[in-house]
Design a protein around this ligand. Sequence first.
Ligand SMILES: Cc1ncc(COP(=O)(O)O)c(C=O)c1O
Length: 479
Amino acid sequence: MPEKLIKDYSSPGRKGFSLPELDVPDTPVNEYIDDKMLRREEPGLPEVSEVDVVRHYTVLSKENYGVDSGIYPLGSCTMKYNPKVNEDIARLDKLVHLHPYQDVEQVQGSLEILYELKQFLAEISGMDEVSLQPASGAHGELTGMLIIKKFFEEKGEKRTRVIVPDSAHGTNPASASMAGYKVIEIPSNQEGMIDIEQLKENMDEEVAALMLTNPNTLGIFEKDIGEIADIVHQEGGLLYYDGANMNAIMGYVRPGDMNFDVLHFNLHKTFSTPHGGGGPGSGPVGVKSFLTPYLPKPKLKKGQDRYYWDSECPTSCGKLHAFYGNYGVILKAYAYIRALGGKGLKETTENAVLNANYMKTHLKEFYELPYEANSLHEFVLSGSRQKEQGASTLNIAKRLLDYEQYAPTIYFPLVVKEALMIEPTETENLSTLNRFVETMKIISREIEESPELVKNAPHNTPVRKLDEAKAARKPDLRW
Ligand SMILES: Cc1ncc(COP(=O)(O)O)c(C=O)c1O
């Protein structure tokens, strides 16, 4: 039976607190607050005891699924389990109770953390300078695009277009467009990589940048990246790296060495904050030295013996976030990098790539693999064969929930029909991977034998199959 709402547990007079006897005069509230500001009626809050509250929310928490429950192979999102110690560090009293308006002299330790993190990220990516301001990957992309725009404005060049491959994450064209650029989409070739001829055809002196994820959203590394960079640079354009998938390359290759000029990170994917759910994120931006004058302001700098904010940045692209950026996420990333060190980060990459390839190898026998090229941290299967047998990719995703595992990303990237985009991440061990593979095999067998079973999934979850169209068109969001 579905859990009731907390208000349904309400019983008049029941309460979950007890206060000590008043030891001050009992003064009517309207002596402090103007009568006209006071509420006329009771707010109608549920009257419940402590045990009602604890049990209600415990039941709800058990109905939820998260990275603490099991595998969460949501491709492109890097939903990995992260060490809890990093959460503890992000909650240290001495860090969280600082006020952003405090004098910089009193927060030198905090600024040191930010400064060091900037240096770590520059080292990891091969960039010269980093800004921690942006609050998400997409926000980082927008910042990067504004930096590029400012650069060309200052040079007096009018460039109006940005090239984006069709396999790009949806935020890429959106960010370029928000920055005022016309987006040119170019198709991928048969291997799932950038079509060099298409790039050459579209590249001219009006193109400001090419935005690229490498490895791309199919998990495939653009092996011609050297040539791609040359084509763009020869026309005076810049190369933007979507660094959301750093767990595929850290310690092995650096975007800066691949000749990228600007990049963003997703600290909330790679560096210890799970992505998704609209929670807080952080999308720092890194640039090569010739672009540092255009970074967001104020810039954190190190003087002789103290850190300070420099607001004198006449060519900056502006301020993109208040205060220090999303400080909690930044702290977790700092703790994660310090704990793992260079060797640990490299091992993270190894495990992410190994896990994805292990799964791919075992699953391609049962599900179509549209692109055979070597993939890194994630891979894309197609449920086309199963669709013909009577159950779609959506049904497969729902059936996985019956087996108490989370589903991969579905129907993305758009270049693959009935796409299942799987990213096991580096934190899953062999038995978890095997369990997922086994379940996917069972589901493919179920579709062969009784597709209706899969079509009507989920059967065991607290909420059964939804009427998707009704949920989208007539969402019932009130009680
Ligand atoms: C490749 C890629 N680029 C950009 C983003 C956008 O990041 P955000 O969701 O933080 O805006 C994501 C998110 O998962 C991504 O996978």
